[in-house]
Ligand binder design. Structure first.
Ligand SMILES: [Mg+2]
Length: 195
């Protein structure tokens, strides 16, 4: 992809960081609101294997924090959806948390197996980001194997920031990412965001 300057890419997972699905059902984390949605991909994922009308599909529960959009925009990076929600994130997630329409990584495969034990997103993320572009990846499934592989295979600065899926993205997470962006880019990223 084209180099758009010093701003890092900020790649966003949905389930885990923005929708803390692993929290106890009766304990919605503070700051979140509940939404019931029926994305087309959810309707199509009928475990019984047969198509069924959307009216007969149970809606999917989403917990979303309306502060997340402004927190993420404050990072001064170029936000990108890096989620199995793909384009549906622009329809069901972004507008509910105050994010504009964002670019989407369209996964070629969503496999669970990797010969080196990497997350199934990791190699595709590096392909998508391209040579040397700096990026932050926020996800609840990042491991040290992913961090080591990215460190050895990506020329630019990269931060793989793991968020707990029962807690979701916190102010502390944002502060940690912002500190990394600031250390990597000085004032340039935030100055570009302000301008
Ligand atoms: Mg996730």
């Amino acid at each position: 992809m084209a180099d758009t300057g010093a701003r890092p890419l900020v790649l966003l997972d949905v389930d885990g960081p923005l929708n803390p699905y692993a929290a106890k059902p009766e304990k919605r984390p503070a700051g979140y609101t509940t939404h019931w949605v029926k994305p087309a991909s959810w309707v199509a994922s009928n475990p019984h294997g047969r198509p069924r009308p959307a009216a007969y599909t149970r809606p999917l529960r989403l917990w979303l924090n309306p502060d997340h959009g402004s927190w993420l925009r404050s990072l001064g990076g170029d936000l990108v959806w890096a989620s199995t929600w793909m384009h549906e994130a622009n329809e069901f997630i972004g507008p509910r948390i105050g994010l504009p329409h964002l670019p989407v990584i369209e996964w070629r495969r969503m496999d669970r197996f990797d010969p080196d034990g990497l997350h199934w997103k990791t190699r595709e993320i590096l392909d998508w980001v391209g040579d040397g572009r700096s990026f932050v990846w926020i996800d609840d499934e990042i491991t040290d194997a992913d961090r080591a592989w990215v460190a050895g295979n990506h020329a630019g600065p990269a931060l793989l920031h793991r968020v707990h899926p029962a807690i979701g993205l916190t102010r502390e997470d944002i502060d940690a990412v912002a500190a990394w962006v600031s250390a990597a880019f000085g004032g340039r990223a935030s100055a570009a965001a302000a301008g």
